[in-house]
Design a protein around this ligand. Structure first.
Ligand SMILES: Nc1ncnc2c1ncn2[C@@H]1O[C@H](COP(=O)(O)OP(=O)(O)OP(=O)(O)O)[C@@H](O)[C@H]1O
Length: 275
């Protein structure tokens, strides 16, 4: 009978790490590169194609937004890019690594080192204070001791919650909780932030505060951002919009969005799909 360690090496052959080694230059340069991505959800009765042939890339330092109606496939796509849901076809390259050629353990380690993830709800641990939530996130990324405490203080200050670190999350407003969730997502300076409707549960003022903070963090932490939104008020923060409908990119991708301008959530009229 195999010992646990032997079993581990049997199911994690070294060749599975080869996705790191041979990234072509275009994929190595982009923060995110998605190619021919598809997802089919299989139930007993039917197979439902939630995503088909998705292609795009996010250059480093950019903020791109997925926009589209409810059920379009935005969350499914973000979960796949975050390494939390396997695609049925296609590839996801993050910072030059082919995510789904990594073993599960390698993918988890890659995620911890490189990705920050944020959802519509803050999902903080309610039994811990805000500062403790951040400390745990940093510890999971291998940051302990005085460095951990220093970074907790720095993160609280960055998101304007210095005076709230010792409070339990439920004592904070929704906007404050979401700022704490943003601080947790960028703990340890991830290279990529993935956010699923991060302003969806917030009023306009708090939604704008979160976006202003994300923009500041792109500058100070130097990360790249891919987020989904339904919110027309925040699309002006994007470098590019990717319109998704019925699991496909519709009407192409807005090549360049003028920051601060007024933008429509409707797909553009031109038809070629480009990245
Ligand atoms: N685990 C699953 N099993 C079966 N179908 C699923 C599953 N997850 C999502 N779907 C379906 O896939 C489609 C895309 O869902 P998804 O949540 O990605 O859309 P969305 O664009 O994020 O929607 P919303 O904006 O409302 O969050 C929907 O039709 C949904 O019902």
């Amino acid at each position: 009978m195999l010992k646990p360690l032997q079993r581990f090496f049997l199911v994690q052959p070294r060749s599975q790490t080869s996705g790191n080694i041979s990234a072509p230059p275009d994929k190595a340069a982009a923060a995110i590169c998605v190619q021919g991505l598809g997802k089919v959800f299989n139930s007993k009765k039917e197979a439902f194609p939630a995503l088909s042939d998705i292609n795009f890339s996010v250059p480093q330092g950019q903020l791109q937004m997925l926009v589209g109606p409810s059920g379009a496939g935005k969350t499914t796509l973000l979960l796949i890019i975050a390494g939390l849901l396997s695609p049925s076809s296609g590839q996801v390259w993050l910072m030059g690594s082919n995510l789904y050629t990594l073993s599960r353990l390698e993918r988890e380690q890659f995620r911890l080192r490189n990705l920050g993830i944020m959802f519509q709800e803050a999902n903080l641990m309610n039994a811990l204070t805000v500062a403790e939530n951040l400390a745990v996130a940093l510890a999971l990324k291998g940051i302990h001791g005085p460095a951990n405490q220093d970074q907790v203080k720095d993160l609280l200050q960055k998101v304007g919650l210095t005076d709230w670190g010792n409070y339990l999350p439920h004592k904070l407003s929704g906007g404050q909780q979401q700022r704490a969730a943003l601080a947790r997502a960028v703990a340890g300076q991830p290279k990529i932030l993935i956010a699923d409707e991060p302003t969806g549960a917030l009023d306009s003022v708090n939604g704008m505060k979160i976006m202003a903070l994300i923009e500041e963090l792109i500058q100070s932490v130097g990360c790249s951002v891919l987020m989904s939104t339904h919110d027309p008020r925040i699309v002006s923060y994007a470098d590019r919009l990717i319109h998704i409908e019925d699991g496909c990119i519709k009407g192409g991708i807005d090549q360049e969005v003028k920051k601060g301008g007024i933008h429509s959530l409707d797909p553009p009229q031109q038809d070629p799909q480009s990245s």
